[in-house]
Design a protein around this ligand. Structure first.
Ligand code: C5P
Length: 310
């Protein structure tokens, strides 16, 4: 067993020079879209929480100077994968020549509003920083993360956070997760929605002023359950209107026994919180029997980028 601090030379001569990292999904408890910015992005105020649904990434040193990307989802086995782009960015920024094979065991649904790609990118930055012992400050990492995507900086720390700007300005919140949301049923309708498409269809009449996010932050700081009307997602109305599969899934989740259902990010994944495991499991099984892709999950505060090397 080798640790993350050994030199590159040691690793290069080791027969089992690999390291693993887990990359967690997120949900948006609230997403206020405040307006459109001059750069084409939208100003947002959103509270995100990492959940225990995760991908696993394995990095292996190679003798060439390439980044090789392999994913259990074949359409993601290419250079455009955000994990591969994160590795390339590190190599370019620091003039590195190390080759690496990245194997990605995908469990987080793709283009689902759960931040899987962004999480993979952040986990890659953190893991390679440790494994290659790179001299990067937290602000270097944040800059690189933000250049890869608006949600990537959040995944450098994870947990519960308020994210502002285009999403890249992250303020960590105290982990006061209410017991009423102890279990989360995540339902992924059988369609994909690109973030860009969801933002593109949003009319200005659906913009909000950020008070929902403020109220949710205040509730968490006080250790209380936010009001249901503050668990608002500005993109939800438009996504439900444009994608009937999501509206149907929401109906089915409510009919199965959920009392609160919300869209995560740009969707199509919906989440429903439950205080008790028995009820959450019942709802999950009911929806699975209807043919839905459903995950039983919970909020988690993982140590992001913790690598295990072999
Ligand atoms: O930052 P990211 O690459 O994940 O964003 C994907 C697309 O989503 C952007 O190109 C933009 O169209 C849209 N977006 C937005 N406002 C944000 C975040 C994303 O309009 N705050």
């Amino acid at each position: 067993m080798h640790n993350a601090r050994m030199s590159h030379a040691q690793r290069a001569h080791s027969p089992d020079n690999s390291c693993f990292v887990q990359a967690y999904a997120k949900i948006n408890l609230v997403l206020d879209v405040l307006g459109r910015r001059a750069d084409g992005y939208h100003a947002v105020a959103t509270v995100m929480q990492t959940v225990d649904l995760h991908d696993t990434i394995c990095f292996t040193a190679t003798d060439d100077d390439q980044v090789h990307m392999l994913c259990t989802t074949p359409t993601l086995s290419n250079d455009e994968n955000l994990a591969a782009r994160a590795a390339q960015l590190l190599r370019q920024r620091l003039g590195l020549t190390q080759g690496v094979r990245i194997e990605l065991h995908k469990r987080i649904p793709v283009a689902a509003g759960l931040g899987g790609g962004s999480s993979n990118a952040a986990a890659t930055l953190l893991a390679l920083q440790q494994w290659w012992q790179l001299p990067l400050s937290p602000s270097d990492l944040l800059d690189m993360a933000a250049s890869l995507g608006s949600d990537v900086p959040f995944f450098l720390t994870g947990g519960l956070a308020l994210c502002e700007g285009r999403g890249e300005q992250v303020t960590t919140l105290a982990p006061n997760w209410p017991t009423a949301m102890r279990w989360l049923v995540l339902l992924k309708p059988a369609i994909s929605i690109s973030t860009a498409a969801a933002f593109r269809c949003l009319p200005a009449s659906d913009y909000t002023d950020g008070t929902h996010s403020q109220a949710v932050c205040s509730a968490f700081n006080a250790g209380t359950m936010p009001r249901a009307e503050d668990l608002h997602n500005s993109l939800e109305r438009c996504v439900l209107e444009q994608y009937p599969e999501v509206a149907q899934a929401r109906e089915d989740l409510l009919r199965a026994g959920a009392s609160l259902v919300r869209l995560s990010g740009s969707g199509p994944t919906l989440f429903a919180p439950f205080p008790e495991l028995a009820r959450a499991t019942q709802v999950q099984q009911h929806l699975q029997a209807q043919g839905y892709e459903v995950y039983l999950s919970r909020a988690t505060h993982p140590h992001m980028g913790r690598v295990s090397c072999f």
